[in-house]
Every structure is written in structure tokens, then in C-alpha cells.
Design a protein around this ligand. Structure first.
Ligand code: ADP
Length: 359
């Protein structure tokens, strides 16, 4: 149905300019032959309408110009010599016709602009719908795994309880159940965050604060995880770098980058640093982990992207963290990108406007 409609539209758009030219040519010929311009004045708009409907504004104004010129050329040829005056009724009619053609052209011009805007909005809406459908498909797929294992674990717990051989097994199974439930809760909270950022309802609460404090705070929270993996977690930040932005959102981005760095690094160190760069500030989270090949460096910022083998052996997340980071950073007026050397490590770089009162 849709395809047929668009094919028809394409055919119409192809032939419409020829039809508009034909109509205008016919009207001009009639005018030259018979001087019945007063009767056909109402028809002068027709070729313009046809040209406008095919979306060719230049052609429409070209035809309007041709009709205007012709109407006065015909008049000049047909009026009796010496009888011209500015108040001559036929001349006044021609002037009124010219005004009518110009007004019609103007209205049609505005109409085509409005139609184009609507078409653009429709295209945007269908792209958004497509994205939502893809998201929903990924979510349904990702939800089914933990739900199935929760079901299986619940059945095992029940079986154990029935056999009255509870003890350690039940505790272990309950812990697995809890981990699965927590993972699902995380997925839903990430999805809610994504959709609220996309809907444009998330407010920015800006304050001025020193970046080094924020980096140190976030590293302190994650220090136990770093110790668990025997990784060095370091901050390299001068005290005088201040920024005006939403502290909570920036903290969330930094935390996300740090926990990714911890997740994808097996040996070595993770360094959080910042510096002022002109009117911007730059935050870097560098690790000595697995790295990311060039082909994946943009892809990882898309929803539900997890690279093969990444985070093996541990809960790898949902592939939503960096998608949320990119949106939050964009909301704060900045950019995020990654530099990496596969096998040697990655550096995520966040650039933000420093903000007016940050000195
Ligand atoms: P997840 O929650 O699965 O980690 P993210 O959106 O945070 O999702 O990351 C997407 C993917 O990008 C990860 O699965 C991983 O493959 C890759 N990635 C992110 N950070 C790093 C890093 N510091 N080093 C190597 N790969 C990374």
C-alpha cells in the first residue's frame, strides 16, 4: 500500500512540471491570440499550483514571471496607439492580475515550505518509531534470559525446600536469584533514564564546582573494586579547574566510564584526569585494558552494543551505559569520544563548555 502510494507520488512529481509548463504555454497562447485575459485571469494560478504541488518553487516563480511579462506584452501589442493612460481600465485589470499572480505565488511558496516541514517531521517520527521497535526487540530478548534463570532457580529452591535439605544450597540459589533481579532492575532503570532524556524532560541543574573533587569522589567509591582486581586507580587533576554544569549528571558519566574501565582492564591502572582547554574543560578516563578496535569506536555509543568477548566472566551489563553517557554529555552541551589501542588500553574523553562563571 505504502509503496504503491509513494510510487504514484513519484510519477506525479515527475510529470507535474511538464503539465505546469504546458498549461502556462496554453494560457499565454490564448492570451496572445484572443486577448481574453480578463476571462482567463482566474486560470493564471493553475500552472503555479501544479508546479508548487510538485515541489519545484523555482519553476513556479519562473512561470509566474513568464505570465506577468506576457500579460503586459500582450497589452502593449493590442492597445490602440496613443490611447495608453495609467487609468486605462484594461491596463488596471492587467495590474490587478499581476498582483493576483504574485499573491498566489507567495501563498504557494509558503504552502510548499510548510509541506516540506511536515514531511521532515514525519520522517523523524518514523525514524524514532523504528528505533523504539528495535529497542523493544532488544529489551524483550535481554529480559528473557534472566527471567528464565530466575524461574529455574526458584524451582530449584522449592525442590530443595521440599526435600528439607535446605542449608547452603538455598543461600547460594537465593543469591543468584537476587543478582538476576538486580540486573533486571538496572535494565529498567537505564531504559527509563534513556526514554526520559530522549523525551527532553530532564532538567539541567547547573552549579559551579571544582572538577578534581568530583573525580576524587567517584574514584573513592570505586576503589574497593580496583583493589579486588589489583588495579591502580589514580586521579591526575589540578585543583583550579572549575566547571559550570550539572554535577550529578557529570558524576554519573564519570562513574560509568570508571566502572567500564575497571570492567575491561585486567592489569595495570586506570587514571581519571582533567584540564582546562580554552573555553572548554576536558575529562579523560584512561585504562590499560583490552582496548577497542577502530570499527567499534562509534558503535559502542549505540544502545545495546556489547563487543564480543567483552567483560567475559562477569556481568557484562546491558550495553546501555555509554548510550546514556553520550546523551547526558550532549544535554550538558559537550561531546564524548574514545581513543584506543587494542590490547593496550582506551581513553574516553569528555569535552564540556567550562561555563561563564567558572574561573
Ligand atoms: P555495558 O554496560 O555493557 O558495559 P556500555 O554501553 O557501557 O555497556 O559499553 C558498551 C561496550 O563498549 C562494552 O560492552 C564494551 O564492549 C565496550 N567498552 C566500554 N568501555 C570500554 C573500555 N574502557 N575498554 C574496552 N571496551 C569498552
Amino acid at each position: 500500500m505504502l509503496k504503491l502510494g509513494s510510487a504514484r507520488k513519484r510519477r506525479w512529481v515527475t510529470y507535474a512540471p511538464a503539465l505546469a509548463l504546458l498549461l502556462a504555454g496554453g494560457l499565454i497562447a490564448i492570451d496572445f491570440d484572443t486577448w481574453i485575459e480578463l476571462d482567463i485571469a482566474a486560470l493564471f494560478g493553475l500552472p503555479l499550483v501544479v508546479a508548487a504541488l510538485s515541489g519545484r518553487r523555482l519553476l513556479m516563480w519562473g512561470l509566474a514571471g513568464a505570465l506577468l511579462v506576457t500579460t503586459f506584452v500582450v497589452y502593449a501589442q493590442q492597445i490602440a496607439p496613443g490611447s495608453f493612460s495609467l487609468r486605462e481600465p484594461f491596463f488596471l485589470n492587467r495590474v490587478l492580475d499581476a498582483v493576483a499572480v504574485l499573491v498566489t505565488g507567495g501563498l504557494l511558496h509558503a504552502l510548499t515550505l510548510a509541506m516540506e516541514q511536515i514531511e521532515r517531521q514525519n520522517a523523524q517520527i518514523s525514524a524514532q518509531n523504528e528505533r523504539k521497535t528495535r529497542l523493544l526487540a532488544s529489551v524483550s530478548h535481554d529480559i528473557s534470559t534472566p527471567l528464565t534463570s530466575m524461574n529455574v532457580i526458584a524451582q530449584l529452591i522449592r525442590g530443595n525446600a521440599d526435600r528439607q535439605s535446605a542449608g547452603t544450597d538455598v543461600a547460594r540459589l537465593a543469591a543468584m536469584l537476587e543478582a538476576n533481579a538486580r540486573a533486571l532492575a538496572e535494565l529498567f532503570s537505564d531504559l527509563l533514564d534513556l526514554s526520559s532524556i530522549d523525551s527532553g524532560t530532564v532538567p539541567l541543574r547547573e552549579t559551579v564546582f571544582p572538577l578534581d573533587e568530583l573525580l576524587r569522589e567517584e574514584c573513592r567509591v570505586l576503589e574497593p573494586l580496583a583493589q579486588e582486581k589489583s588495579l591502580r586507580l589514580e586521579v591526575d587533576a589540578p585543583a583550579q579547574v572549575r566547571v559550570r554544569t550539572d554535577r550529578i549528571k557529570l558524576a554519573r558519566v564519570v562513574r560509568n566510564l570508571l566502572s567500564n574501565a575497571l570492567k575491561f582492564t585486567e592489569a595495570g591502572s586506570i587514571t581519571a584526569s582533567c584540564r582546562r582547554s580554552g573555553a572548554a574543560v576536558e575529562i579523560r578516563v584512561a585504562d590499560t585494558g583490552v582496548g577497542i578496535v577502530p570499527a567499534d569506536r562509534e558503535r559502542i555509543f549505540l544502545e545495546f552494543t556489547q563487543l564480543n568477548g567483552a567483560g567475559a566472566g562477569e556481568r557484562a551489563g546491558w550495553g546501555l551505559g555509554l548510550a546514556i553517557c553520550r546523551r547526558l554529555v550532549a544535554l550538558m552541551g559537550g561531546t564524548i569520544e574514545v581513543e584506543s589501542e587494542p590490547g593496550r588500553g582506551s581513553t574516553f574523553i569528555v569535552r564540556l563548555p567550562a561555563g561563564s562563571s567558572a574561573r
